[in-house]
Design a protein around this ligand. Sequence first.
Ligand SMILES: [Cu+2]
Length: 473
Amino acid sequence: MLSRRRLLTLGAAAGATGLLAAAVPQSSVAARSGASAAFTVPLPVPPVLEPALRTATHDIYRMTLKEADARILPGVTTRVRSFDGQFPGPTIRARRGRPVVVQQVNELGTPVAVHLHGGHVPQASDGHPMDLIKPGGSRTYHYPNDQSAATLWYHDHAHMLESENVYRGLSGLYVLTDELEDLLPLPKGRYDVPLLLRDAKLAGDGALAYDVHDIAARGTTMVNGVSRPYLNVAARKYRFRLVNVSNDRVFAFRLSDGSRFTQIASDGGLLPAPVPMDSIGLWPAERAEIVVDFSSYAPGTQLVLENLAPYPGEDAQIMRFDVGGKVPDPSRVPEQLRPLPQPGKPTVERTFEMTTDMAHDRYLINGKEFDMDRVDIRPRLGVDEAWTVSVPAGNYAMPHTFHTHLAQFRVLERNGKPPAPEESGLKDTVPLVPGETVRLHVRFTTYTGRYIYHCHMMGHSALGMMGQMEITA
Ligand SMILES: [Cu+2]
């Protein structure tokens, strides 16, 4: 069940951003949003990239960043910035303990920096906003894959350019698996489907229209790069990897008949135990994995994935599941998924206040805009830290998402209370509406050097809501 706290959070976000405030699962979004366009396009699944080379110890990939034509709307061509000609980018499937090397060749006219979101990677491979690949250049990133199975994603992070680059298409999926996850009887193979969700504003000719501020005008939603797809599903259980690859869009999903599903993972991988839900919030850069059981539906049933928090006048329908016949289903959701250690007792306290100075279009952390020449905090390796992140009430009623590079953290408290079960696993991105405070447990291991933390509403990070840390041994 969606916790009351989480629901209130979503409701507050909806109100705060001018979305419909009535984010109530029982209400009929379909009725409210009126007539809708048909679901005419089958859901594409981003292709899994083949390694250019497999050595005894590494998988080596090569991608080219270049412009490409996408088909977001049926019969309409949209020019995008792409990884390897794909929109979204190709999927990398990686295995814990087996490092991946990716050479990125930049054939775009803009500098880029490729960041593996949620990844535990050495500094030189983190895609720091100043470590740019200039047009015509290339860079090789090393991903050790020394962390638990998780749904990660890669995207551009070039300072002040990331917002437009990502908006124009520079993101893709990175699925990390491990032995522990393999042993669980969860839906696998073709029954494990990624859903990369985002929005955009399309001009009359199909071109992507980008305005860093005009986030409410992005009325075209996409799943895996197309608007309003359908997916033929068998009457059995599926695992869906929901990834919000939007710049600034807050989603809250439900199934059109209000039926329950089960959340099994958050940003950093499997939760300790499954959480039944009837709706789920997903903020920019967050991931949630859910299992949906279609076995109780008659063949021919159509279920719509709806957004409970559309902007006024927006279509709330995201995609449709068309249920087919029953097939054997050996999968199940076990009562225990993956135990998580109790976080250590923090010995360092830090505070991060996220504010906006609208008069000057400045987005600040602790009163400062990002400065690449300034180090804001200096965490030590292996030290348990508590980070208190807040968005002051009344701060232009602007929600934010706090994300740190390099570490998966744990939410210790939200507004002074223990986090909801679905927020109790490994996280790297956490939403806040004005008036909220979260207390996080953060601990850096293995890698030293300069990394960043920032708001993952990309319009905000591009306008300065970012800080720099230097991690030392
Ligand atoms: Cu923000």
